[in-house]
Design a protein around this ligand. Sequence first.
Ligand code: DLL
Length: 433
Amino acid sequence: MSYFNKTIECMSFEDKKQLLSKNLIDVVRRVYNNVLPYKEKMDEIGLKPSDIKGIDDISKLPFTLKSDLRNNYPFGMFAVPQDEIIRLHASSGTTGKLTVVGYTKNDIENWSESCARGLYGIGVRKGSVIHIAYGYGLFTGGLGLHYGAEYMGATAVPVSSGNTARQLMLLKDFKAEVLCCTPSYALHLIDEMKKTGYSKDDLSLKYGVFGAESWTNEMRNTIEKELGIKAYDIYGLSEISGPGVAMECEFQNGCHVQDDMFYPEIIDPITLKPLPVGEEGELVFTTLTKEGIPLIRYRTRDLCRILPDRCECGRTTLRLDKIKGRTDDMLIIRGVNVFPSQIESCILKCDDRISPHFHITVDRHNNLDRLTVEVELAPEIAFDEIQLIQALTQKLDSDISSAIGIRAKIMLVSNGSIKRSEGKAVRVTDNRK
Ligand code: DLL
């Protein structure tokens, strides 16, 4: 089984270019012939499949948006007959209809390989026990990593999300080396360990595979320290396959994109023009090998940059910097752009007596935006230590205002009072909408 695909992952630039070009030409022909919305989009701009002669022509192609999938709900973007689809997944949006994706047998095989390559890259091997606490079901997190783990011959434990006490018991008893879940759920597990008297030495964990939501390097440091593990970032989205589109290797220096399958571009989200390597913009993916629902230049809304340097691990695949957030997560407060990740960094760097749990609320009072950041105290800190609370509030106030350029109302709250998440955390309430 080829879970470290050296030929592909360490391919020279010239060979990779040839491979990508061949696959792009093929996928464009497939979508033009089999997916009506693509034929219509290309006809509208007078583009024929034969105009695409290689990967350098990719920017001639039209973009695909989430709304294209919604408008063609459920199967209107599929490129193969229904009886070739062996699995469906779907992601719920904040608005209305689900985004549905379908996988052929080959798609599941490739997706499994992409997850297996990622897991192998951090040091997971045949026989490692992998505790998968991402949700199983229509969400791609659980089943995606499950198939990746089995593909490489590791032992998958399909725990799914929820029932934290049982998760801890299973982690301990099955001696899992690898924990897969959202970073916010990892924090929740850590809290639960403290409450129930588990220590990191009771567990056999070595690696964490955390993604599905944005998280900062400060959050990584906290989780690594508390669990005594190395925490790795995994990126993906259901439209492109699911987890494993990109993942960090042992060097923790950006997520390696499985770019023979999923080709990334960074564009300026306003002008829609491609940006040079190293510049931050919106991440766009073209699926090069997918059969069920191939997507051309899919706009992810995630803000990111492609790292310009080579990774020490020897892989030549393109690497993504940490996702800064989604364009739709960006808050505009009194005219200033604010990302929740900037606030997260300040909170995690501030002081050990503050916990990593926070919630951001934005209101409008007398036509003026008001930003409130609630942050929990660490469990051992009593709420009546008035001087300490004042000092911590002042420090956080000054750290956050110098990071984001505007003042926030800081509210330190007692430990346990902010709602925990079992999947993706909901960190912002915007009451202006
Ligand atoms: O979240 C797939 C996944 C599952 C990825 C498990 C990693 C681990 P969706 O529900 O379709 O799929 O959500 C995709 O989540 O566009 C990003 O905004 C965000 N996201 C995913 N991974 C990361 C990450 C899964 N590592 C959306 N860092 C994406 C930041 C992430 N954001």
